[in-house]
Design a protein around this ligand. Sequence first.
Ligand code: HH2
Length: 262
Amino acid sequence: MGILNVTPDSFSDGGRFLDPAAAVAHARRLIAEGADILDVGGESTRPGAAPVSEADEIARTAPVIAAIRAESAISISVDTTKPGVALAAAALGAGMWNDVSALTASPDSLAVAAELGCEVVLMHKLGEPATMQAAPRYDDVVAEVSAYLQARAEAALAAGVAPGKIWLDPGIGFGKTAAHSLALLRRLDRIVALGFPVLLGASRKSSIRAIAGDRSDAGGRLGGSIAAALAGARAGVAGLRVHDVAETIQALAVAEAISPPP
Ligand code: HH2
């Protein structure tokens, strides 16, 4: 899954693709590099990010989704917590709703996801982006994230989302210290064992810098991002949400050739 942030303030690429023409050019590049899915987002979820109105989020994402769909059959995901944005995206051809709130942000979210019949990504986060990194606490982060994701999958199923449409995501860096994110990266197999396809998003995150113990900026975290992606693949995750599609695919191809999956 290639990341396409149509925002002024995303942590890694904020402002680069706010112009729809630049966003579509980047989409073409991600497709050429081998992405299977494009994840289009109009609201940054980085710690401290400012909230965006539904109208503004649609104004950012809709023209980009429409333009991609006009020239490509690639799967399009919309990264939003707002049912109205998901509805607008689906009408333009997005087939996946990536929701970092796991369909909890609005009382309508579960029903809208069921009505759309789209794929949904249910991600774990503790707290809200503005404050989530203040002092996250868990007794057992792997057990708590697994239990939460299991409960959200059950809520989605009860609302009428088809079992084959549900993805789970541990939410690396969302209300988690680097130690929490590392614990999850070590035990991704526990999330995979829940029985749903798992999406992993560690690309360029500050937890990569913290785990590596260096001072890299977002663009300087490719090596660590690939290490996390390879660990995910080894644990059986089904999707990797990344900024650097070509480099990640190359790393996966070589790792798999050296050590083919059983
Ligand atoms: N991470 C980000 C945004 N959306 N969705 C899922 N499912 N999993 C993630 O790990 C995830 C996500 C944050 O990264 P990015 O989109 O690059 O930055 P920002 O939120 O600042 O736009």
